[in-house]
Ligand binder design. Structure first.
Ligand code: GLN
Length: 196
């Protein structure tokens, strides 16, 4: 069968790391910077990086409305870290005027871990991807502070903090599977394309 065409939003952030994982899993990877790039893909990754910069650049490049429309039309999306922030319907501690694309009925708080723990790693039990546990790296990570009825929690820290959510084939993670050779979340995205 033909390879799923998967876009990585390439305005800022860890684009190459996602592209490498996706290529390794058999995707035909396209870097997405313009509306016509988005129109040519079956699924999309929103990378980690700086959500306020990606937000601003998306508006400067005329990408905000096409992205919102693609997500609303049901395009499968995986967002990691800044990507989770961009998928949240509601944002806490954004910079002045910061917007999100939305898509997940959740509230997300940026930079939710204090300076002592700006960055940390831990193992997470994530039933949606099975065993073994997910080795998760958090870097100035956001946390999900509220979950609406249409969103499902898929990953929590040992203390209960919500760090993974999904609505169907829209998945948002506080951590960075692309930095840890963790391919199972990208496989969920590719599976959603194959099922569509
Ligand atoms: N703190 C960043 C933001 O607000 C996210 C960090 C990351 O993607 N590693 O977008």
């Amino acid at each position: 069968m033909t390879r799923p065409r998967v876009g990585v939003l390439a305005l800022q952030g860890d684009v190459r790391e996602h592209a490498r994982v996706l290529t390794g899993r058999g995707a035909d990877v396209r870097l997405v910077r313009r509306p016509e790039d988005l129109a040519a893909v079956d699924a999309l990754v929103l990378p980690g990086g700086e959500s306020s910069v990606i937000d601003k650049l998306s508006r400067a490049f005329g990408m905000r409305d096409p992205l919102r429309a693609a997500i609303a039309d049901g395009m499968p999306v995986l967002g990691t870290c800044a990507g989770l922030i961009l998928l949240a319907d509601r944002l806490e501690d954004g910079i002045s005027g910061q917007q999100t694309f939305g898509g997940l009925d959740v509230t997300v708080r940026r930079n939710a871990f204090g300076s002592q723990t700006e960055s940390f790693e831990t193992d997470l039990d994530v039933p949606a991807v099975g065993s073994p546990p997910v080795h998760a790296t958090f870097i100035r990570a956001p946390i999900v502070t509220a979950v609406g009825p249409s969103a499902e929690v898929i990953a929590q820290l040992p203390g209960g903090g919500i760090v993974g959510v999904r609505r169907g084939s829209i998945i948002g993670l506080s951590f960075h599977p692309e930095l840890d050779d963790e391919t199972r979340f990208h496989d969920l995205l590719l599976g959603a394309v194959r099922d569509a």
